[in-house]
Design a protein. Structure first.
Length: 159
């Protein structure tokens, strides 16, 4: 069986790119864990690791600064589309994101983009509803102090 090809699909701006530099560290029916370097040079962070929670529609990423210190945890609300032909996973960013800083402060961002994507017909009503429910699931875990279970997928691998 060929190696899984991961693609990141964005709605705004519209693009779909192969994450050819990402290294798959773990792949089960529940999660895909990757480590990566930034696609475009960033000053705030240089590299990281991500865990794709396939049943939840959530991608949790750990962003690191050049010196190896934690910049933040970044959580994307996503939709997965597996293409058996080509063994490819297309991960569509549904725009709503949650950022958790090292001091545990939480910020929900890009909800305006979710509305814009819906207004422009880039997102169906079903996808909008799914994104909001997935965001609610993630925030409920964070507020119930259960986010550490999601973090463990990366931390337990030393990522």
């Amino acid at each position: 069986m060929s190696t899984l090809a991961l693609y990141r699909r964005r709605l705004i701006p519209e693009e779909c790119i192969l994450l050819e530099g990402d290294v798959i560290v773990k792949h089960t029916e529940d999660v895909i864990v990757t480590k990566w370097k930034t696609l475009n040079p960033k000053t705030a962070f240089q590299y990281g690791a991500s865990c794709y929670f396939l049943k939840d529609g959530i991608k949790v990423s750990k962003f690191y600064r050049k010196d190896g210190s934690l910049f933040c945890w970044y959580c994307d609300i996503v939709q997965f589309d597996y293409k058996q032909d080509g063994n490819a996973m297309i991960v569509t960013d549904l725009l709503a994101d949650v950022i958790i800083m090292p001091d545990n402060s939480v910020k929900v961002v890009d909800l305006d983009e979710l509305a814009v994507a819906f207004d422009k017909g880039l997102l169906s009503a079903d996808s909008l509803k799914a994104a909001l429910l997935q965001l609610n699931t993630l925030l409920s875990r964070i507020y119930a102090n259960q986010f550490f279970r999601m973090q463990a997928e990366l931390n337990d691998l030393g990522l």
